[in-house]
Design a protein around this ligand. Structure first.
Ligand code: ATP
Ligand code: FE
Length: 354
């Protein structure tokens, strides 16, 4: 199958062409157009501006992806598109564009859950088999998901408040570092002392694999204000705060991963695998922390290349490929959904499709 995938649920306009079969597909092209410069002045993503930019650019980005892949629309088998969850204006821009192309070219339409796109990325990059455990850790989500099939997801636990990506972004804002906060906090942390500030490790005393990250950003605020009293924040202070924050986030993720793995290993296959997905999976300290846990438990660890951790069209094209191969398509009344939990069961994943 050759699938064109579109992504526009947040602040990246993505399109990609993916070819192959479930578990063995390759990316022919993947184009991502970020919107950082548009949102910079506002200190965060402005939904209205994002929607407009997606609407203006998505068809151009899609054409670019086709051209880069050297594939004509007539060679495409289906159009996959993020149908949620996300900022509704952006999701609608993508869904409208996909419907337009599908109608115009007489092609099947496949609605994809954005989180399924993240969760299935390691099948695209590494061809890992079902079932596997994924830690989906991004700007809006943080959850352990047992992936049993392209539309069979069991949630084992997750954050009870903020997502780690949000905490990274908030930390960057508090320390006057550029957005998105993840990469800037990671860069600062690399030259900081993680032991100077004592950050909490929320919920580690509680059983299970639920997590909490809102306390970490509050801790950043409190410690920043303590250091700043009467003074300016020095480069060293900033780096140490970032290092302390990141170390705490990594500790929590690693320890909870150890517990989620214990649950999964109860009836895991012969070759247990943990994959990590989502924007925060691009963080090297996070990857290293998870890898260490996997090593001690004899579990294979896989993480997508950095460019496939953050939002992109390739993961949507691939998730669409799996759904299409399983005979799932959507009708032209496919809805854009601001909220769409992954574990809503099969009915939830099937959307309006057949
Ligand atoms: P969701 O997928 O939950 O809907 P999203 O699509 O906005 O949210 P992604 O694009 O998957 O999120 O990830 C973006 C988030 O990842 C941002 O919060 C960003 O700060 C974070 N991030 C990106 N790179 C890094 C990094 N190196 N370290 C930590 N966080 C990072
Ligand atoms: Fe995402």
């Amino acid at each position: 199958f050759t699938i064109l995938g579109l992504e526009s649920s947040c602040d990246d306009t993505g399109a990609a062409v993916v070819r192959g079969v479930p578990g063995a597909a390759t990316i022919l092209s993947s184009v991502v157009e970020g919107q950082n410069s548009l949102h910079e002045a506002f200190g965060g993503v402005v939904p209205e501006i994002a929607a407009r930019a997606h609407a203006e650019r998505i068809d151009v980005v899609a054409e670019h992806a086709l051209a880069k892949a050297g594939v004509r629309l007539t060679e495409i088998d289906a159009i996959a598109v993020t149908a949620g969850p996300g900022l509704i204006g952006g999701v609608m821009s993508g869904v409208m564009c996909a419907k337009g192309i599908a109608a115009g070219a007489g092609l099947p339409l496949v609605g994809v859950n954005h989180l399924a796109g993240h969760a299935l990325t390691s099948r695209l990059t590494d061809g890992i088999g079902y079932p596997y455990l994924t830690l989906l850790v991004s700007g809006g989500h943080c959850q352990f998901i047992l992936v049993r099939g392209c539309d069979r997801f069991d949630r084992l636990g997750g954050t009870i408040d903020d997502a780690p990506g949000e905490a990274f972004d908030k930390t960057a804002r508090l320390l006057a570092l550029p957005q998105p906060g993840g990469p800037s906090v990671e860069a600062e942390a690399a030259r900081g002392d993680p032991a100077r500030f004592r950050f909490p490790r929320p919920l580690l005393d509680r059983e299970g694999c639920d997590m909490s990250f809102s306390g970490l950003k509050t801790a950043v605020l409190r410690m920043r204000d303590t250091v700043m009293e009467g003074n300016r924040l020095t480069a060293r202070d900033r780096a140490d705060l970032c290092a302390g924050f990141q170390a705490a986030a990594v500790d929590v993720l690693a320890e909870k991963t150890r517990r989620a793995l214990a649950l999964y290993l109860d009836d895991a296959p012969g070759d247990p695998v943990l994959s990590v997905a989502g924007g925060v999976a691009a963080n090297r300290a996070v990857r290293a922390g998870l890898e260490t846990v996997c090593d001690t438990l004899g579990v294979r660890f896989t993480a997508p290349p950095l460019s496939l951790c953050t939002d992109n069209g390739a993961m949507i094209a691939y998730a669409g490929l799996e759904r299409f191969a399983a005979g799932r398509q959507d009708a032209m009344d496919l809805a854009a959904r601001p909220r769409w939990p992954l574990d809503a069961g099969r009915a939830g994943m099937l959307g309006s499709g057949k």
